[in-house]
Design a protein around this ligand. Structure first.
Ligand code: ADP
Ligand code: MG
Length: 395
């Protein structure tokens, strides 16, 4: 994959696909992390004299213009962070976009309106997507892909435009791909993966593929209860995906066959109901009362998981161990996060909620080797899928 150093950008319009999908409360950006993460590539291009036309999506406006999904507040914030004016086009590929792109001088930056206001961006119809990609590509002479959070989408700005323009990967994508290689091709062992989160069904594909790669798989969070149920245990009112039990039984067999150590909770924090102040107690994972709901892994499990992480050379963690949004049920997630911080291994955190948990619990972000900005994209890569946005940049 070529980096931006391979492009001669001076005086040329560069269409930069970034991930600026920030959470908004009205017009206030509540977390500008994705904007700050995009700055290095924007700056590098501008400093080399490129005329940078940034494009990105925000939320899911589903192909229609919707003011509440406008990128205008993002343009403003981007300008503040860059310390330079960011011209904002009030459409994606219309008169405003063309005029804005043409008005740029060397080293100047513009942002187009939300890509997803245009139905062509996400269309499953190749011709419709292609027609939109033609218009987008016409705004620039070169393309740089840096929106890692969107590379698993076969969208016009991610997949079709790099097929139309000379292209390269920005520093965010380059860094993510480097990390993912260290979790696949250039793996240091023992490789331990910790999975949690709400639904086992979201992660069936990644579990299946990881079972062929890992030395140890630790399962916590809501998905653990489907595993416990597959072993024949009562899980009370805990999160259970009964329709996945057969598949999960298959994973247990597969792990045994492949000599993968699959580690499940031995105790859980069981609450009377799903609430921040719900009365709760620690029970054995094999003896969850029928009227209780497991909302976190218990203290013995936290110690067990920390011990199973201690000798790892590579760790990938996706999915909180409990309902970390409630302080009373955040202990398990904290314990795993602290075990990663203490570890000398190459440690990677993937997943939006897992990254949010690291922040919420006040853990040092530099305590991890890498916190991925694109949960869905990382998981699909680890499932062994080809990511459209990466393959388009490789061609
Ligand atoms: P990520 O975004 O990191 O991939 P997920 O989206 O899969 O993670 O899951 C995150 C959610 O899982 C959190 O909102 C958390 O509250 C929930 N969760 C974790 N453990 C449990 C549990 N035992 N019961 C119910 N929900 C849980
Ligand atoms: Mg999530």
């Amino acid at each position: 994959m070529k980096t931006i150093d391979s492009l001669d950008v001076k005086g040329r319009r560069v269409l930069l696909r970034a991930d600026l999908n920030v959470p908004l409360d009205g017009e206030t950006i509540t977390d500008d992390r994705r904007i700050t993460a995009s700055l290095p590539t924007i700056r590098a291009l501008a400093e080399r004299g490129a005329r940078v036309v940034v494009c990105a999506h925000l939320g899911r406006p589903k192909g229609k213009v919707a003011p509440e999904f406008s990128l205008a507040p993002v343009a403003k914030r981007l300008g503040e962070l860059l310390g330079a004016e960011v011209r904002f086009a009030s459409d994606v590929v219309g008169d405003s976009a063309r005029a804005t792109a043409e008005s740029l001088g060397d080293g100047e930056v513009a942002l187009l309106e939300n890509l997803r206001f245009e139905p062509g961006e996400t269309s499953k119809d190749d011709a419709e997507r292609g027609a939109f990609a033609d218009k987008l590509a016409a705004l620039a002479e070169l393309y740089v892909g840096d929106g890692f959070g969107a590379v698993h989408r076969k969208h016009a700005s991610v997949y079709d435009v790099p097929k139309r323009l000379p292209h390269a990967a920005g520093s965010l994508i380059a860094a993510e791909v480097e990390v993912l290689r260290r979790l696949t091709d250039e793996l240091a062992r023992p490789y331990v993966v910790v999975l949690g989160g709400a639904k086992v069904s979201d992660k069936l594909g990644v579990i299946a593929n990881l079972l062929t790669k890992v030395d140890r798989l630790l399962i916590g969070g809501g998905m653990a209860y489907t595993f416990l149920a597959a072993q024949g245990h009562e899980v009370g009112r805990s999160l259970l995906q009964a329709d996945q039990i057969d598949q999960v039984r298959g994973f247990l067999d597969e792990a045994a066959r492949r000599d993968v150590e699959l580690v499940l909770p031995v105790d859980v924090v069981a609450a009377t109901h799903f609430a921040a102040d719900a009365p709760h107690e620690v029970v054995e994972a094999t003896a969850i009362p029928a009227d209780r709901e497991g909302l976190d892994i218990g203290p013995k499990t936290r110690e067990l998981f920390a011990a199973k992480l201690a000798d790892a050379a590579t760790v990938f963690w996706n999915g909180p161990m409990g309902v970390f949004e409630f302080d009373a049920f955040a202990g398990g997630t904290r314990a795993v996060a602290e075990a990663l911080v203490a570890s000398k291994a190459f440690t990677v955190v993937g997943g939006g909620d897992s990254a949010a948990a690291v922040r919420r619990l006040g853990l040092p972000e530099d305590g991890f080797s890498h916190i991925s900005t694109g949960g869905g994209a990382s998981l699909e890569y680890l499932e062994g899928k080809t990511l459209p946005g990466l393959s388009a940049l490789e061609d």
